[in-house]
Design a binder for this molecule. Structure first.
Ligand SMILES: Nc1ncnc2c1ncn2[C@@H]1O[C@H](COP(=O)(O)OP(=O)(O)OP(=O)(O)O)[C@@H](O)[C@H]1O
Ligand SMILES: [Mg+2]
Length: 463
């Protein structure tokens, strides 16, 4: 099905609402006018009947009535739709004024003493089913003789008048609806103009000009909110793009160094014939560089996978103390070489991905081992608060100065590049720790004293 534009939808809605209001108000006005006209005509019939009964009462006899016929007729003259007939008790017509030949019927005759009111009026139908309203009343003359007075009015002219009124109203209604439709369409189009211009602006934004921001100008406040939300989205996208770009540059830079080293040492070695011991040393250093490249590639791949929202954790319940012990055992050889002790304190259980937990704590411990002076002790501490299980890795050493602390977890960030550019450092260890803890819904914090304790803490939330 073809989608309708907002302008069309709003125009149709406005038009339907306007038409419904027009029809309702028109119908109410029509009913009121019809009521007023009918009431007026009924009042005229009642007044004529009352007047005629009074005139009759002033007459002496039937003869007198015949003489004053014209006086009687005068009370209904002036409108050809009126009819008057007076009949004596024997059924003889004494007065008859009926220009349009209405069928007159003496039904529900009102006796002499009774006051004539509108509710006594009868309705019947003449030719072509046209409604007639009238009343029959008994008048009494001075000599006691009775005469039945029938006053009636045909509503043929009223029917014509009301029909014309209806037709005029329908035409005006149609004109009003068309006007409402055109006006609402123009109005809606005008109101949506800022939206169209915003859409046109948005269509020009590409990866190359992500700094462009949408302006709502003097558009209504609702559109300001939309522009604001879209601009905030652009801020986030721009930040994301900048990070990806920086990551790419850093990655290229970090791969260039070992590849350059490889090429350089191999070229130098090829300048002349070497002893087999020299070739062996060269191959050993080549393997080291290859290790560094593959470690960087593996770390980048891991970070890319961890960024994917579909990344699935293999959670299980871990005895933290046991896990810390296992990690410490794994690093035992390096710790012995560095003459550094590892001590495990506290205990807790958490629900976490075992491999990722080992990797995160392993990265922290490998850093600690690198920066702890000989004969000192690294502490791995597990503890539990109401909201989280924490795993802290604490080591004494030179410490990290405050200005580096908030950048430590950025990809490829190293405090001392010259020192860490060794084959052992990729600068990705802490960003992997951060990714892992965030996958678990937690966070990682660091604090460090100059020439004191550096402490990294993993916070695993307790659900
Ligand atoms: N315990 C620590 N004491 C002092 N400095 C630290 C410590 N842990 C990390 N750092 C600093 O933070 C930087 C970033 O650490 P990160 O683990 O991300 O990278 P890396 O250790 O250099 O490389 P990789 O972990 O890939 O071997 C390190 O280069 C180091 O300067
Ligand atoms: Mg590291």
């Amino acid at each position: 099905m073809r989608r309708l534009s907002l302008a069309t939808r709003l125009t149709v809605t406005f038009t339907v609402i306007t038409a419904a209001c027009f029809i309702l108000v028109g119908w109410l006005l029509y009913r009121a006018a019809e009521q007023r006209i009918l009431e007026q005509d009924e009042t005229n019939i009642v007044l004529s009947a009352r007047h005629l009964r009074r005139l009759v009462a002033e007459l002496d006899s039937m003869e007198d009535l015949k003489t004053h016929q014209d006086r009687m007729v005068v009370s209904v003259l002036g409108d050809d739709n009126n009819a008057l007939r007076m009949v004596d008790d024997a059924g003889h017509v004494i007065v008859d004024h009926n220009p349009t030949n209405l069928p007159l019927a003496p039904q529900g005759v009102v006796p002499t003493g009774q006051r004539i009111v509108a509710s006594m009026l009868n309705t019947w139908h003449g030719d072509h089913d046209l409604p007639i309203r009238g009343v029959a009343v008994v008048g009494q003359m001075r000599d006691g003789a009775h005469v039945t007075i029938m006053v009636a009015r045909s509503f043929a002219d009223r029917a014509v008048l009301l029909r014309r009124y209806r037709r005029d109203m329908a035409l005006r209604l149609l004109a009003g609806m068309i006007a409402a439709m055109v006006l609402s369409y123009l109005l809606v189009r005008r109101a949506l103009r800022p939206l169209r211009s915003m859409a046109a602006d948005a269509a020009t934004i590409h990866a190359q000009n992500l700094h462009t921001r949408l302006s709502a100008g003097n558009a209504p406040t609702e559109l300001h909110a939309l522009a604001h939300a879209l601009n905030e989205m652009l801020d986030r996208l721009e930040g994301g793009f900048a990070r990806v770009w920086q990551f790419t540059v850093d990655l290229a830079h970090d791969l260039r160094t070992p590849v350059g080293n490889l090429r350089g040492t191999n070229e130098v070695a090829l300048t002349r014939l070497r002893t087999s011991a020299e070739y062996q040393a060269l191959l050993g250093s080549n393997i080291e560089e290859c290790d560094r490249v593959s470690r960087t590639i593996e770390s980048v791949l891991f970070l890319a996978r961890a960024d994917n929202p579909q990344f699935a954790l293999q959670r299980s319940t871990l005895d933290v103390r046991e896990e810390l012990q296992r990690i410490a055992d794994y690093f035992e050889g390096i710790a012995l070489d560095a003459r550094v002790g590892i001590e495990i304190q506290g205990s807790a259980t958490i629900s976490a991905d075992r491999e990722l937990f080992r990797r995160a704590v392993g990265n922290l411990l490998s850093n600690a081992l690198r920066y702890t002076p000989p004969e000192q002790i690294i502490i791995l501490l597990a503890s539990r608060t109401d909201e989280a299980v924490t795993v802290a890795v604490e080591n004494p050493g030179a410490g990290i100065s405050a200005e580096h602390l908030d950048k430590l977890f950025d990809r490829f960030y190293r405090v001392d590049r010259s020192r860490s550019d060794s084959a052992n450092s990729t600068g990705l260890g802490l960003s992997i720790v951060k990714s892992i803890i965030e996958l678990h819904g937690g966070r990682v914090t660091v604090d460090s004293q100059p020439q004191g304790i550096t402490r990294f803490v993993l916070w695993f939330p307790v659900h």
